[in-house]
Design a protein around this ligand. Structure first.
Ligand SMILES: [Zn+2]
Ligand SMILES: [Zn+2]
Length: 340
């Protein structure tokens, strides 16, 4: 199969080009990509200048693939040709203490898929077998892309609140991660309120069945959206906006938990006084470790849960530039590339 992929050249320039053919190494598999999600973090590189792209210049981005194994290296033991797979997109070194625990996301040397020449926005992908996860027959390739990043990031946050028996959660930001979190919370029977200042995002959230959606407003107004007048017991901050980072604490009742996922420009936004007096816990969170991604797939099967309602458009890989333009313009929902 001739490899083609969507490569970035800086300042929103993206071209679908041919790349050299791939040959799997000993412990590697070749995957025919059936679907690849565009992530908010891909937009960051899409907007970067050629200088900012650095080693990513001319490379294929993306880290949310799902597909079928079409070739295996000689030492591969876990997969065979024809297996359906998704990935844990954090490629660790494989031998540090974090990688041994399956926490590749904490690996100090772990680089992203693009830097490893394994960007997902392509028709055929070469990956180490230990990065791949078996995708059950009854989970679609589209859902498989969510398990690679967006859905798994949301699930990790939701699961941490669920472990603390949190019943009442506010989610800041209605991008794909925030929407995923709300759908998961609702499926688990946990009260979820979604907040976003952009009307089209709120409208999209309502259109896919999110029941409690509010505008971003002052703290008092947000607390009024909580069934408990003291405030919410948990918050999930996905937007990275400074004012939301601060309110994710202020809307909590005493001993509440604030989970932060949204990356920002690093502008200081909170002060300890906000969480000392109410004894609030702050928790940073990223994508799931592999073992927990398997647990998440079990949850999806047992509760008949799908992320597909979040998909705004499925677009052929050849039209990747158009897909990035639409996503970049702020359109709500998830964009999925279909390479084959
Ligand atoms: Zn992602
Ligand atoms: Zn490592």
């Amino acid at each position: 199969m001739k490899k083609i992929g969507a490569a970035l050249f800086g300042n929103k320039s993206l071209e679908v080009r041919e790349f050299p053919d791939l040959e799997p190494g000993l412990n590697e598999v070749l995957i025919e990509v059936k679907a690849a999600g565009i992530c908010g973090s891909d937009l960051h590189f899409y907007r970067s200048s050629p200088e900012e792209l650095g080693a990513r210049y001319g490379k294929i981005v993306g880290h949310e693939p799902a597909g079928i194994v079409i070739q295996t290296g000689n030492a591969v033991s876990k997969f065979k040709v024809g297996d359906r797979v998704t990935v844990n997109h954090t490629l660790g070194c494989g031998h540090c203490q974090y990688c041994h625990q399956g926490e590749t996301v904490l690996c100090p040397t772990g680089k992203g898929m693009a830097l490893a020449d394994a960007g997902a926005n392509t028709n055929v992908l070469k990956l180490p077998e230990n990065t791949c996860l078996e995708l059950p027959e009854n989970i679609s390739f589209e859902d498989g892309t969510f398990i690679a990043c967006t859905g798994a990031t949301a699930y990790n946050a939701v699961q941490q609140l669920r472990d603390q028996a949190v019943r009442n959660v506010v989610v800041f930001g209605l991008g794909p991660v925030g929407l995923s979190a709300i759908l998961l919370l609702e499926k688990m029977g946990i009260n979820a309120v979604g907040i976003d200042p952009i009307k089209s995002r709120r409208d999209f959230a309502s259109s896919i069945g999110c029941r409690k959606i509010g505008d971003f407003t002052e703290t008092e107004g947000l607390i009024k959206l909580s069934p408990n007048p003291e405030g919410f017991c948990g918050s999930i901050e996905t937007s990275g906006a400074s004012n939301a980072q601060s309110q994710a604490i202020d809307v909590l009742r005493p001993k509440g938990i604030a989970i932060y996922l949204g990356l920002s420009k690093g502008v200081p936004s909170i002060s300890p006084e906000q969480f000392i007096h109410k004894q609030i816990r702050l928790q940073g969170s990223k994508v799931l470790p592999s073992w927990a991604a398997v647990e998440m797939m079990n949850f999806m099967q047992e509760s008949n849960f799908s992320f597909e309602q979040l998909i705004r458009e499925k677009i052929p890989l050849q039209r990747a530039a158009e897909a990035f333009e639409m996503f970049e313009s702020g359109m709500s929902g998830k964009f999925i590339l279909l390479p084959n």
